[in-house]
Ligand binder design. Structure first.
Ligand SMILES: [Zn+2]
Length: 291
């Protein structure tokens, strides 16, 4: 599944067919190269941003918000920062100056234990105070679950095995992923850009995902890690990476869900039209000059 398919997906993807409808849930895994940025259109119309990508990617993220998300009055209801690394929070000051952020939640606030619950969805920031003891600040990333209908989306920031282990011990996590009458359809946003020390065999068995999305660019040749991708695929999980698909979106309504990927960049389209018009213009000029 994974491989050098970027150009194929980028030009022939289904992204441009994406249309958001009221009362639907849309989870956007924005292609921010090496970094993380997920934007969620919640069924009650609220907008949640989990990480902003790096500062270098801000123009791209802002363009995405303006053209695909179109927040009313430039209001973003929730901005979440998983941990203090540039590839996750680099666009934060730009985002705060351009948009009205109603609720800002970072790794400190989350450790008070935070939950957003409505009649149609529930978001839980799995606050594990022991994680803040880790020297590796990647492990500060709390695991975030979004439950909607028969689906659960799991966002993991750069969390690795230690945080995953603590998460699996928590009662609330066990109540979400334990025995159920109706099987869950789980989407896993793979931790730490698909590094070798994320998504352990135990964690994969615990959350039992159908789909895994890796937010990764081409900056590090070792990412995503081959063994990790193998681990996921050996468990029958469909693996996508933003390196190959570009932006990846899950649109869900009740039990139904559809995938979109590979948005064409509108700036590129404008550029192509300008080039085409110039070619036509020069073609006409050459024909005219030879008469
Ligand atoms: Zn990162």
């Amino acid at each position: 599944m994974l491989g050098a398919q970027r150009s194929y997906f980028y030009w022939f993807g289904s992204g441009d067919k994406f249309v958001y409808f009221d009362n639907h849930l849309a989870v956007h895994f924005v292609d921010v190269r090496h970094g993380d940025c997920q934007i969620i259109q919640l069924p009650d119309g609220k907008i949640m941003v989990i990480d902003t990508g790096s500062e270098r990617q801000w123009r791209r993220v802002n363009n995405y918000i303006q053209t695909r998300i179109k927040p009313r009055n430039n209001v973003i209801d929730y901005v979440i920062i998983t941990h203090p690394h540039e590839d996750h929070n680099g666009g934060l000051s730009n985002l705060k100056s351009k948009y009205t952020v109603r609720n800002f939640i970072d790794y400190n606030v989350m450790y008070d234990g935070k939950e957003i619950s409505t009649s149609s969805y529930r978001v839980i920031f799995h606050a594990i105070p022991e994680c803040l003891i880790f020297v590796d600040t990647n492990e500060w990333s709390p695991i975030i679950t979004l439950e909607y209908s028969n689906k659960v989306f799991i966002f993991t920031g750069d969390a690795g095995f230690p945080t995953e282990n603590l998460f699996m011990q928590s009662e609330i996590a066990q109540s979400i992923f334990g025995e159920r009458e109706e099987p869950l359809k789980t989407y896993l946003s793979v931790g730490h850009h698909g590094s070798a020390n994320s998504s352990s065999i135990d964690f994969i068995a615990f959350v039992n995902p159908c789909y895994a999305v890796i937010s990764v660019g081409t900056q590090f040749a070792t990412l995503p890690n081959d063994a990790l991708v193998q681990r996921l695929e050996n468990n029958g999980i469909q693996v996508y990476s933003t390196r190959d698909t570009g932006d990846f979106v899950v649109l869900a309504y009740g039990d139904n869900d559809t995938h979109f990927y590979g948005f064409t960049n509108p700036i590129n389209l404008t550029f192509l039209w300008v080039v085409l018009l110039l070619l036509v213009f020069f073609g006409c000029f050459i024909v005219w000059s030879k008469r």
